[in-house]
Every structure is written in structure tokens, then in C-alpha cells.
Write a protein that binds this ligand. Sequence first.
Ligand code: SF4
Length: 266
Amino acid sequence: MSTVPAGFRQLKDQQIQPYLHETIVVPDELQSNVLVTTLDKVYNWSRKSSMWPLLFGLACCAIEMIATAASRYDLSRFGMEVMRPSPRQSDLMIVSGTVTKKMVPAIVRIYNQMAEPRYVLSMGACATGGGPFKEGYNVVSGIDKYIPVDVYVPGCPPTPEALMYGILKLHEKVERQSITTVAWYRKDQSEFVPVPRLGPDIFDPRQVELIKEHTLKAAAAPEAGQKKRSAEAAGGAASEGPREISSKAKQRMEEARRRHQAKQQA
Ligand code: SF4
């Protein structure tokens, strides 16, 4: 007498369906023992089934993330219950909360320390675009300006259900990747992201040449800017341009201009 419960065969067939190879047919007598699939499907299935998130939170959204991991919602059903305290052991960075300018360099540094394959999920309005603090003096308008984001979850805060939906979407993205084309197995394609610098304002070191060019242009023609501001003041319009720079700053810019010119002549 068979000990296999009724419906077990049907359930098993349904579960293995997504992993079967479409073009190779296994003979009926081998159906119970042989499963033909592709390397991509096995590889992606194993990666999506044990995607360990990085243990960090930035603001209120983090509370929802914690609730998602707790027993009511249970992230362990996706093999994600182990939130890692080390970027080296993490596959997924969930940016949950308000991203301040002070925090961006740390986030980018942590992202750079994560080993490939790595993914980023932007959770909530703040992480995605600044949220209620958009254009505040200390908040950046979205973490995607600094690191590549794979999935955005809207909301303020997103519910645990919304986060889980975002995770499922990320799983779908993983399933579509192929071992033959992914960046981390190709030479020179997995890039180190430059860590932004926190100065008077945060800036991206990749834009440093552009910033330098604008600064030098302004330093080379300070009278033009001054004339414009004087005209604005005379016309009664509120001056929205930059304020008069100090003599110390002018001196620094003059030195930078000289260094730049010397470098170009060399
Ligand atoms: S999106 Fe809303 S809940 Fe999330 S960190 Fe920003 S303010 Fe808080």
C-alpha cells in the first residue's frame, strides 16, 4: 500500500513546474527520479531563496522592516530571516528611512563592501525621493542618486505587505538574470561606487571636474556676478543667487585657478 498522501504527486508536479526545461521531455518511467532544468534556473532559485538582508535601518521605515521580519509576517519563508550585521555576508541592502547627507557616505561605503551579487531595495518615500523632507537642508532626494537601486517600495511608511511585495518583485528580477550575462562574472563590469564627500554640501566625486570648471569660471569673472547681483538689488528683486564670497574664499579659488592653469600647461 502506498504511503504517499493523496494529491502529493499533483502538488509536487506544480512545485517543480517552474524549474522544468521546456524543450527536454523526460520519459514517463523516469518522471519520479529525474528533473531536467537549466543552470540559470537552479542558480537563480538558490540565490533568491536565501537572500540575506543587511541589518541596518535609518528611520521610521525601519520599524516596518523589523515588523516584516517578525513572526506575524515571517521573512523566513523566503530564507531571509538572517539579517546580517556584516556587508560581506549580505546580498540585499534595504534602505529603510530618511537618508541624510551625513549618512550617504556611510551607506555608499557599506554598499561597496557588499560582495556581488548585491541588490538594493529602496523602502519608503524618504529613501526613494526625500519624502516629506525633500529638499531639506540635510536630506538627499533619493538614494538612487548615489547607488543603483533595483526595487522601489512606495509609501510613508510602506506596510510589511508592501515590503514583501517589493521583495517578491526582486525575486522576479533575480529569476530573469542569466549566469552568462551577469556583471559580476564579467571583467571590469562590477564597479566600485565613488563615495560622496560631505562638505558645505554633499557632492559626487565623479562630478569633480564639472564642479571645478564652474568654480574656476566664477572665480575668473567675479565682476560679472557682482554686476548681476547689483542690478537685481537695484531693480528691487530679491536676490536668489549666491551671496558675496569672502576674500578668504576668493583667495582659495585664485590659488586653485593657478594650480589648474599650471597643470594644464605642464
Ligand atoms: S518614508 Fe515616512 S515612515 Fe519612512 S522614514 Fe520617511 S517619514 Fe519615516
